[in-house]
Design a protein around this ligand. Structure first.
Ligand SMILES: Cc1ncc(COP(=O)(O)O)c(C=O)c1O
Length: 376
């Protein structure tokens, strides 16, 4: 078993509880980037075929991560928002059709759909706060004009983990497309695109996947991506990528058609290194440790007087995110106090969001809650 402390040589003065925002890079990832940068400095692209092998490896790693049937179903895009936009602007909408989302979505999974209003497409939001079964509220909004349901696997502010299997089943039964923003789940909790019957899944790598910003996976089933009209074209979106002389071209069946130009090779090297660390550690083990941390935090916070936990506490709805607020103290001053004590966290959903990763020691969670308690 790897020594986790060696892999995360974070500044020891920091208590880093912000993996739901942007994560620190593991040592392995930084070393891989350093090697790649040295190679680019001393040898340029002399060994470009090796870079392509790394890109292929990354697609296979991502396939394993989300349990996709094939690496051909995975495109590498810039970020989650670009992938959601590829779906939203690829579909041929009819006036009056609608999309169903929740009222807890991060702006990328709301604004993109709302922007379709100019085509007469309506975005309906299910009000899921403090609801026992949020999926049922989503289903109630569906009517004969619903073309697609789009949800976050885990909600960014509350940490609510949605029952994706249930939503996927409902979508299939009702011939509705199912789109999942998985950025708050991948790298934290296990994920299986086939089990949830998703048509589209997207996630950037800079949160729980421990990679830098700017490289995202975009999964689509062959049937679903056939429905998307391409809005960006380039030398790489064609079947015979290296045939620069040919004056004819055709699009590939694979998801690679969504990648129009040169890949983000730096991002590819980094995400691949982070994924190899996580796959070596084991996705089951990572999920176990993350849920143990969540449970530990919930127990500590439940013992504090005047603290209201905003995250769901039902086991099946838990994730790596725990959000809470102080009933008497202003959230801004609590956040400032935490910041001054080097607790790196976020203000979300009207509370303080803690998001430790699998390697975060429980002693740090205790310290962070102690600081909260001092303010009581
Ligand atoms: C649920 C969710 N989706 C998307 C994003 C970010 O999107 P992008 O990858 O486009 O920056 C975030 C970031 O906080 C998020 O929490």
């Amino acid at each position: 078993m790897m020594n986790v402390d060696n892999e995360f040589p974070l500044d020891s003065s920091l208590i880093y509880l912000n993996h739901a925002a942007v994560s620190p890079l593991p040592k392995k990832t930084v070393e891989s980037l350093q090697l790649f940068l040295q190679e680019m400095m001393f040898q340029g692209a002399k060994d470009y075929p090796q870079w392509q092998l790394k890109e292929n490896l990354l697609r296979e790693q991502l396939q394993e991560l989300i349990h996709a049937p094939s690496s051909n179903d995975i495109a590498l895009l810039k970020n989650t928002s670009e992938a959601i936009s590829t779906v939203a602007y690829g579909l041929n909408w009819k006036k009056g059709e609608n999309v169903v989302i929740t009222d807890q979505e991060f702006p990328s999974n709301r604004i993109v759909w709302e922007s379709l209003e100019k085509y007469g497409v309506i975005t309906n939001k299910a009000l899921i706060s403090k609801v026992e079964e949020p999926e049922e509220v989503l289903f109630k909004l569906v009517d004969e004009n619903t073309r697609l349901i789009s949800v976050s696997a885990v909600q960014y502010a509350s940490g609510l983990k949605m029952d994706l299997k249930k939503i996927g089943r409902f979508c299939k039964e009702n011939h509705i497309l199912f789109c999942v923003d998985a950025i708050q789940q991948l790298g934290a909790l296990q994920f299986d695109v086939q089990a949830i019957q998703a048509d589209f899944v997207m996630a950037d790598g800079h949160k729980w996947l421990l990679a830098p910003e700017g490289l995202a996976l975009f999964y689509s089933t062959p049937q679903a991506r056939e429905q998307l009209e391409l809005k960006q074209y380039g030398w790489r979106s064609v079947e015979n990528v290296s045939d620069y002389d040919s004056l004819t071209w055709q699009l590939p069946d694979s998801a690679r058609k969504f990648e129009c130009g040169s890949p983000n090779m730096l991002g590819i090297h980094a995400l691949s290194a982070s994924l190899s660390l996580m796959l070596e550690m084991g996705l089951v083990e990572i999920e176990k440790k993350i849920l143990e941390n969540t449970c530990f935090l919930l127990n500590l916070l439940n013992q504090c007087s005047n603290i209201e936990i905003l995250s769901p506490q039902k086991k099946e709805q838990r994730s790596g995110i725990v959000t809470f607020k102080h009933c008497k103290k202003d959230n801004n001053s609590l956040f400032e106090q935490l910041k001054q004590n080097n607790v790196i966290c976020a203000q979300r959903g009207g509370g303080i969001r803690f998001s430790p990763h699998f390697y975060t020691p429980t002693t740090q969670l205790e310290k962070a809650v102690e600081i909260v308690n001092k303010m009581l």
